[in-house]
Each structure stands twice: as C-alpha cells, then as structure tokens.
Design a binder for this molecule. Structure first.
Ligand code: C2E
Ligand code: CA
Ligand code: CA
Length: 769
C-alpha cells in the first residue's frame, strides 16, 4: 500500500463520492466497481459494508510493497447488547457512530468497514496494528468512561496473495476467542486458532457421519434433591467420541454446530438416544429418573423440534413428564414471539421447560417475567465465587423464584458447604461435581451406587415438589405454604443468620423424622436442651416420652383441616411456641412445616397479649397463665379457665393467691397447698436460672362431686426485667390416658402406680380418702 492507499469510506453524502473519486484516480478502479461501492455504504455509520470492504481490500493489497505487511483488524464492542438494553436503542446508535469516528480517526485513511451491530473491521499496515489498537482502546475509554463497555480486537496478517475473506473470518475468530476474557485486549490469529478452525471444519464436514456411526454419546450428570439427598434427575450432555480428535466436548461442538446451523442434528440425535436408553432401563426394571436435555435457539428454527421429541418419546414409551427441556435466555434473542408460542406448545404437550444458566445473562429476570418456566437452573457462577454476597444473591433468587411459583436448581455444586447452604435456603435441587460428573449412563449409575446415593421414587416426586414450594426465607413461611399458586407474598428476605426457626418434619406411618432444620431451629433446640435434631427425633419417636403423644396429637390436628395450628409447650423449662401446617401428603406420608420459637428469653407479654392466635395457643397447655411482677399487686392474669374475682378486688398477695382461693382443696392438703404457692418459694425456685418447674399433687373438689387427685404444675420462666411468666396446669391423676395426651409434663410412673392403687382403694371403699 502506498501512502495514498486508503479508503476512508465513512463520511456520508458528498465526502463519500470524493473519496471514491480519489480511489478511482489512484487505482483506476473499474467504473462498475465505483458505482457498486456507492451502494455499499452503511447509512448509520457512513462506513463501508463488509461486502464493499471485501471487494476493495484485494485491490489495495495488490499495491502492497514487498517490505510492507498488512493486517486485518477485527473490532468488537464487548457487552454492547447489555448497553443497548440498559440505555436504549438511541444511545446505542450514538455509541456505534462515535466508535466509527474513533476508528476512522485512529486508523486515519485506512479502509474501515462496519460489519454489523457492534463489529467493525479495518485493513491497516502491520506496523501500525499494536499502537493503533492501544490508541483506539484509550480513546474509546475516554469517550465512554462510565458505559461499562470495552473493545476487543482480533488480528490476522494478510499479504497480497492471501484471501481477504479468510482474513476477515480469521480475525473474527481471533476476536471471538477472547470474548468475556477479562484483561485481554487482542488476539492474533495463530497456529492454535488455526487448529481450532480446522477442527470446526472437521465437525461440520463429519457431523452426519458421526451421528450415523453412533459416535455422538449421551453423558449423564446426576441431579440431587437437597432435602433428601436422593437422585431426582439427570442432565443429558453431548460428547462426540472421535477417532481423530478424541472426545469432542460441547463447548466446541455446540458452538460450531450453531454457527453453521447444524445444531438440530445433534440435538435430535441426543433426544432419540435419551429415549432409547430410558426404555432399556425401564424394561430392565431399573429405577429411572427424569432426564433434561439442552436445546438451542436454532432448534426452534431449523426443525420441528417439538415433533421430534414427541416422536421419540412415543416410540420409546417414555412418559412426557420424564423429559424436560433446558433453554438459555439467548433463545429469546431473535423472534421472541415465535419462541413464546413454541414454549407454550411444549407446555401444552406436557413437557416441562427449564431455564438454563439463570443469572448469567443480562436479561434473566426479564425473560423470567415474560415466559413460563417450571424450573430455573441457577448459573454456576454464583457458587464458583461463594462469597457472602453471592450467598445472599442465591438466597434472593430462590426466594424470588418461590414467590412466583418456580422451582430452583443450582448448578456447579462442588463441595458439601455449598450443598448444605442450598438446602438451608430451600433451593430444591443441585447438580455438580460433588454429586457426579457427566459420564455415560452406566458409569454414572455405578458412581452413584458407590457413593450410596439412592434414586427417588417417581411416586414421591409430586410430594417432594410440594415440599419444595415452602419458602424458608419468608417471614411468614407457613402463610406462604398455604398457597401453592403464584405470586402472592412480598416479604422481605430475613437475615439468613437470624432467620425464623423452621423445620420440615415428616411422618411415615408412626415414625417421624426431620427432613430439614435451619440453623435458627437448631439453636432453639439447643436452648431447650436438645443437642441435635437427631436427639429430638429420638424422643419424638419414643412412646415412653410424653412428647411422643402430644406431638402426634398436634400432627393429627394439622392433618384434619390443613390449616395452621399452634401449640404452646414447655420444653426443658422453656416456654415454646410451635406453629405448623401440613405441606405435603402421599400415601401414609405427611410432611409438616414447623416454626418454633422460644418465647422465654425475649417474650414481650404486652406485645403478645392482644394477638388472639398466640394467646389461644399459649393457653392451650395451661389453665392459668400469669405474669408475676416483683410486687404482687402488679401481677397480671393473662388467662384463666374460670371466672376469677375482678382484679380490683384482688388482695395484696396477688393473683396466685386469688387462684389458690378459688380452688377448693381437701382440708388435709391445705397446708401443703399453701406452702406450694408461697411466693418467696416460687422466687427461690427461679433463683438459679431462668426457668423452673414446680409440681405438687393435691386433692380438689371436682365438678363430678367428689374429691379428685390433681397435679398442679407451675412452669416458670423469667421474662424481661424482674418479671416471671407462670403457666399453671391442673391435671387429673386418675386416668392414665388422660395424662398422656396433651401435655408435655408426664407424671412419673411410680406416682401413677401409687395413685391407681389409691383409686382402687377408693372405688372398693366407695368413698374418698
Ligand atoms: P450447561 O447446560 O450449563 O451444562 C453444564 C456444564 O457444566 C457441563 O459442561 C458440565 O460438565 C459442567 N459442570 C457440571 N457440573 C459442574 C461443576 O460442578 N463444576 C464445573 N466447573 N462444571 C460443571 P459440558 O458438558 O461441557 O456442557 C457445556 C455446555 O454445552 C452445556 O452447558 C450446554 O449449554 C451445552 N450442551 C451440552 N450438551 C448439549 C446438547 O446436547 N445440545 C445443546 N444444544 N447444547 C448442549
Ligand atoms: Ca443445561
Ligand atoms: Ca447451565
């Protein structure tokens, strides 16, 4: 190229003609070409079109001196699409025009073309490439300091003998190879890239043969249900097992096939194989789980992908709920209305549609809003950088998904901490190397067996899906669980570390277990003296334990109407408030969501007094509940099963005394009874701790017209400053079954034996003691 070997085809109108005129002079271009070039100007930027570029560049190269080298520089504005989405089309256009100006200014008098969208190409001297690129980059950043945009460059040397079209392709390949690679400004088309181009050509030339020869293999990566640790699905991932290249992975395979519009061949082949293998496994009597596979945007355009899937499932007798499709948001890049119809057709046909790589693109939320998905697969990026912030984002995604009724799966789980975290925030499913890498079906099955994973039973799928709807991050998980539909709750996410104490308890027949407890729940258990959920399970399944009976009574009530039920209990001396509801059922199995709060420490009685629900539950356990102040005249009666004298009549000894007076005690028990209610004694009981429990057995005159033994239990706990919450319960002691249900305070067996002996004596004597 001589000094005049230029073509700045970027000014509109008259300039353009001038420039072409100069070129004509210099190279004596054919008149036809000149006329043609006039039509090859991009009206937006005033630059040449790619076609124009490819026509003129060879002409220019012919004039290149021997000692001069030339290169094609491919320029891409990275993240331009997001910029457009953020700032609108007009501002996007402005960026394009400005960029064209900058390129023209830096590569002054060189041939510059606007390829399309955010892509430009220039033909320059080899010696000016590097300085030019750096200058361009710095001017661009100066112009758009806050645009969150950057430039990427691909370079390919050309000489007069070299095909310009090839150089354009090659520089584009070089440029695309550093896409999203932070900190890399340019890449030259080199041997390595040349190899990769060869590989791509090989792929395109041989895909049909590979499919026919069975060289496309389905690798299966397992998916686990976080709640149960059981395998609940697999993802089918493609591999090409090739003689020449070995295993060709999908990163090269898929992108190449997409670029050359051949991807539907691979995907159809995958679907057929998945169905075929499914049928074989099912016939062999193996436990099967649903399989999801990946579709590309082009599948919807290049073939009738739904029909292909329908044919495959029906030929191999695969139930439609056993195959799910995964699509990424890029599917919606073009022709979103058409894709919407397609997705609708998939749903109508009975297939689940999952959104892949959620959160990796810039419009995930938008896509989620606009289209119906059954599951979102959260991109593995969030787990790769497992920071506090990433955890919060993950939690918010799960919370948000539950609010709109979409299930969640997290990809890229590589360690147990990540899995535990996902379980806690209620992310239903997980996939990643921790559970298993993608392998051929038999290898995957063997690996899972070795790690003692079990496969989820299909009949339980709905049950667990129902369980998965619970939003563990909601302030009102129970209320939320009530409605399995969509879009109802606008709660803030609670701080994960101080979340509401939540557990999911499952009853299978008469055996119960925790499916899940969050940290707050385990803290409450600890505070009431239960070391672990396992220890609690042990007690709750032990018929000798009082809690066995009371809990079952509670579960029965929840079962009856499906509503939220509440129970007040004293556990380890703490006043606990347990609320729950049934959230899923399946043949002899029920799952309950429980929220348990230890009221003792923080109980603000004034706040709770007016809340009907809590008061009802608080007093379910007790006949009387008092808040005892330091001075008896400041006592408050919170609840009483029977009329008591109005408080204005109350004597100086306080409410306890009133209650004591209102109960008729057998003369022989009077002294003991008075001692029991001795106020200093009650205070002494609380001297050494925040909680205490006092019990005594006395004879009372019963409404049945006789003296009956009753046990008084007084549960005490310190609340606030110098106040004491006292729950008092009176319990008949002459019928074993009465004692065992509805109370957390068993009478000792010895006492029972003694009392039943007494009862017999009374019965035979025909009168009371
Ligand atoms: P994807 O659908 O997001 O698949 C997950 C990819 O992440 C898989 O890579 C998998 O091997 C990898 N992966 C899974 N767990 C982990 C983990 O814990 N850590 C890390 N670092 N990576 C993990 P693979 O198999 O190479 O697939 C790459 C992509 O190619 C897939 O991404 C999918 O978009 C596409 N693809 C795969 N098979 C097909 C297919 O049959 N058809 C179409 N259209 N696309 C496919
Ligand atoms: Ca996928
Ligand atoms: Ca993915």
């Amino acid at each position: 190229m001589s000094a005049g070997s230029f073509l700045r085809c970027r000014h509109k109108g008259k300039d353009m003609i001038d420039i072409i005129g100069r070129v004509q002079k210099l190279y004596l271009l054919d008149q036809n070409i000149i006329a043609h070039i006039r039509t090859e100007i991009d009206p937006l930027t005033g630059a040449l079109s790619l076609r124009g570029f490819c026509e003129i560049a060879p002409e220019l190269l012919q004039h290149l001196r021997r000692d001069e080298g030339a290169a094609v520089v491919y320029i891409n504005i990275e993240d331009f699409k997001s910029y457009n989405a953020r700032n609108g089309f007009e501002q996007g256009t402005e960026v394009l025009c400005r960029t064209a100006d900058i390129i023209a200014a830096v590569f002054d008098d060189r041939l510059v073309s606007h390829v399309y969208g955010d892509r430009f190409i220039a033909l320059v001297y080899e010696s000016e490439v590097l300085d030019g690129i750096r200058e361009l980059e710095s001017r661009f950043m100066e112009h758009f300091p806050d645009a969150k945009l950057c430039l990427k460059f691909g370079i390919c040397r050309v000489d007069s003998g070299k095909n310009v079209t090839f150089a354009c392709d090659a520089s584009k390949i070089a440029c695309d190879s550093i896409r999203n690679k932070h900190g890399i400004l340019f890449r030259e088309y080199d041997l390595e890239l040349e190899e990769s181009v060869k590989k791509q050509r090989y792929i395109i030339a041989n895909i049909d043969r590979a499919i026919a020869a069975g060289r496309i293999k389905v690798y299966y990566q397992p998916v686990i249900r976080t709640l149960t640790n059981e395998i609940c699905g697999m993802e089918a991932l493609a591999r090409w097992d090739d003689d020449r290249y070995g295993l060709i992975r999908p990163d090269v395979l898929v992108s190449t096939l997409e670029r050359y519009q051949q991807i539907h061949k691979l995907d159809a082949c995958m679907i057929r194989q998945v169905c075929e293998e499914f049928e074989i496994r099912q016939k062999a009597g193996d436990r099967v789980v649903p399989v999801s596979f990946n579709l590309s945007r082009l599948d919807f355009e290049l073939c009738d992908i739904l029909q292909i899937i329908e044919d495959a499932v029906s030929r191999h007798h695969v139930p439609k709920n056993m195959v799910h499709i995964e699509i990424t948001e890029s599917v919606f890049d073009k022709n979103p209305e058409f894709i919407r119809e397609q997705l609708h057709a998939f749903h109508k046909a009975g297939f689940e549609v999952w959104m892949d790589d959620f959160g990796s693109g810039f419009s995930s939320l938008n896509v989620l809003k606009e289209y119906d998905f059954d599951v979102i697969k959260i991109d593995m990026l969030f787990l790769r950088h497992f920071t506090t912030k990433a955890r919060r984002i993950l939690a918010s995604i799960v919370d948000m998904a539950k609010k709109v009724g979409i299930r969640t799966l997290a990809e890229g789980v590589e360690n147990a901490d990540q899995l535990a975290f996902l379980r806690t925030i209620g992310c239903e499913k997980a996939q990643g190397f921790l559970i298993g890498k993608p392998e051929p079906l038999l290898v995957t099955r063997n690996n899972l067996e070795e790690k003692h994973y079990r496969f989820e039973r299909l009949c339980l799928r709905q049950y667990y899906d129902d369980l998965g709807k619970v939003n563990f991050l909601s302030n009102q998980p129970l209320e939320y669980a009530a409605v399995s539909g969509r879009n109802l709750d606008v709660n803030q996410i609670t701080d994960l570390d101080q979340g509401i104490p939540i557990a999911v308890w499952e009853m299978r027949g008469d055996i119960g277990r925790f499916l899940l407890t969050n940290r707050a729940y385990r803290d409450v258990l600890l505070s009431v003296g239960v070391q672990s959920p396992r220890a609690a399970e042990f007690d709750m399944n032990d018929r000798e334990e009082q809690i066995y009976w009371s809990a079952r009574q509670f579960f029965r009530e929840m079962q009856e109407d499906g509503d939220i039920h509440a129970q007040y209990a004293v556990l380890g001396g703490h006043h606990c408030f347990i609320r729950g509801r049934v959230i899923a059922r399946h043949h002899g199995r029920s799952a309950y969501l429980l929220v348990m709060q230890d009221l003792s420490g923080t109980f603000d009685i004034e706040q709770y007094k007016d809340q009907a629900e809590i008061t009802n539950s608080l007093f379910r356990m007790f006949d009387y509940v008092f808040l005892l102040a330091e001075r008896p005249d400041q006592d408050v009666l919170l609840y009483s099963v029977r009329e008591l004298p109005t408080f204005s009549d109350m004597d100086d000894e306080g409410i306890l005394h009133e209650v004591r007076k209102s109960l008729m005690v057998h003369p022989k028990d009077q002294d003991r009874y008075d001692d029991f209610f001795d106020r200093p004694a009650i205070h002494r009981a609380l001297r050494d701790g925040d909680r205490a429990e006092m019990k005594g057995c006395f004879r009372f005159w019963d409404s049945s017209g006789s003296w009956c033994w009753k046990e008084i239990s007084l549960s005490l706990s310190r609340v606030g400053d110098k106040k004491m919450l006292a729950g008092m319960r009176l319990q008949m002691l002459d019928m074993q079954s009465d004692i065992s249900i509805g109370s957390f305070h068993p009478v000792s067996l010895k006492e029972l034996q003694y009392l039943s002996q007494m009862k017999q004596t009374r019965d035979t004597n025909g009168h009371c003691l």
